[in-house]
Design a protein around this ligand. Structure first.
Ligand SMILES: NC(=O)c1ccc[n+]([C@@H]2O[C@H](COP(=O)([O-])OP(=O)(O)OC[C@H]3O[C@@H](n4cnc5c(N)ncnc54)[C@H](OP(=O)(O)O)[C@@H]3O)[C@@H](O)[C@H]2O)c1
Length: 326
């Protein structure tokens, strides 16, 4: 794989392709101003990013879309250069909700289509305006959805031209297989977006996905923002890792750049989030060096098999994905 060109794209199983690095746009906490999001996406486009990972849930799709449209209007990029990934949230998994939910995202973005639309988590919640619904006793209001029926509704959105490619997120092997083995499957998932970085390298899921021509998109590739409200901070800070820093020193790079390079060099797409212009640039400077086989093996060996993003608050959901080995 030639990873010297910053514009590098990886082919998807449906004939489309995905840029190997994208900008994550989940800002935690939401206190970062929406103007910062707008400015960050514009900076990223100037730097060379063409892939943006967003979601209705992130409450900034409007700004992400505005930044993209402004850069198109400036003549800096064309719509077809940009790759936007949106996400179908857990309250919207019933088939009749899928198309209106995607259309709401398109209205926020003010774009005609998204490049990739993914089921954000395999667990259903009660439909409604509340994105994290609870019942009258304060317990999570779960609602089991037939994900194969959700998938068929997504396939119809692709046929209608609202989305180019379809994927999933946080799916384990069994959940992927239930889609892959669905009778009458029209489009395979092109990707599975999951946590993936040197402390959680996903060797088995990666192998399974490669066998099925499904790309792994690595979320939290730098080890998250470490907000203890939702991050398992018992796993140490990734970017302080001694080995990653020693490799970084050798190449005059940073631990963040080494962590990102590790994933793209093994065919995993990365979507680091930064709303800081220096770090946005830094995270994109990963095409002018490569790791040796020995370094790749050593970084793989850093795997602790512990997630930063465990979603343990939903562990009693019948479709909680992380009890399976992978
Ligand atoms: N599908 C899912 O369930 C799911 C779950 C989590 C995340 N995601 C997606 O994946 C994206 C990335 O994951 P993430 O946001 O959890 O974590 P991440 O990208 O691993 O890390 C983001 C944190 O690292 C900081 N950072 C960025 N570049 C840095 C650098 N070069 N050196 C030091 N610190 C740096 C950022 O702060 P600054 O902004 O201040 O630079 C931010 O606090 C999200 O934004 C979202 O789009 C998806």
């Amino acid at each position: 794989m030639n990873l010297t060109a910053a514009s590098h794209r990886i082919p998807l199983n449906d004939g489309n392709s995905i840029p190997v690095i994208g900008l994550g746009t989940y800002s935690d906490p939401y206190t970062k101003s929406l103007e910062t999001c707008l400015a960050s996406v514009k900076t990223a486009i100037d730097v060379g990013y063409r892939h943006f990972d967003g979601a209705y849930l992130y409450r900034n799709e409007h700004e992400v879309g505005q930044a993209i449209r402004e850069k198109i209007a400036e003549g800096k990029v064309k719509r077809e250069d940009i790759f936007y990934c949106g996400k179908l949230w857990a309250t919207d998994l019933f088939p009749e909700l899928v198309r209106p939910t995607l259309e709401r995202t398109l209205q926020q973005l003010k774009l005609d289509y998204v490049d990739l639309y993914i089921i954000e988590i395999p667990m259903g919640f009660k439909p409604g305006n509340e994105v994290y619904p609870r019942d009258k006793n304060g317990k999570w209001a779960y609602c089991r959805a037939d994900l194969c029926a959700t998938w068929e509704a997504l396939e119809a959105c692709k046929d209608a031209g609202l989305v180019k490619s379809l994927g999933v997120s946080n799916f384990n092997r069994r959940q992927l297989e239930s889609i892959l083995n669905k009778p009458g499957l029209k489009y395979k998932p092109v990707s599975n977006q999951v946590e993936c970085h040197p402390y959680f390298t996903q060797p088995k899921l990666l192998k399974f996905c490669q066998q099925h021509d499904i790309i792994i998109v690595a979320f939290s590739p730098l080890g998250t923002c470490r907000n203890p409200r939702w991050v398992n901070v018992s796993s140490p800070p990734l970017l302080e890792d001694t080995y990653l820093n020693s490799v970084a020193k050798k190449y005059s790079k940073t631990a963040a750049q080494v962590a990102l390079r590790f994933n793209i060099q093994r065919g995993v797409v990365v979507i680091p989030k930064s709303f800081n212009s220096e770090r946005i640039k830094e995270n994109f400077q990963i095409f002018d060096f490569s790791l040796t086989e020995e370094e790749m093996t050593n970084i793989e060996a850093l795997n602790k098999n512990i997630r930063f993003v465990e979603l343990l608050m939903w562990r009693d959901h019948p479709d909680y994905p992380f009890f399976d080995e992978y």
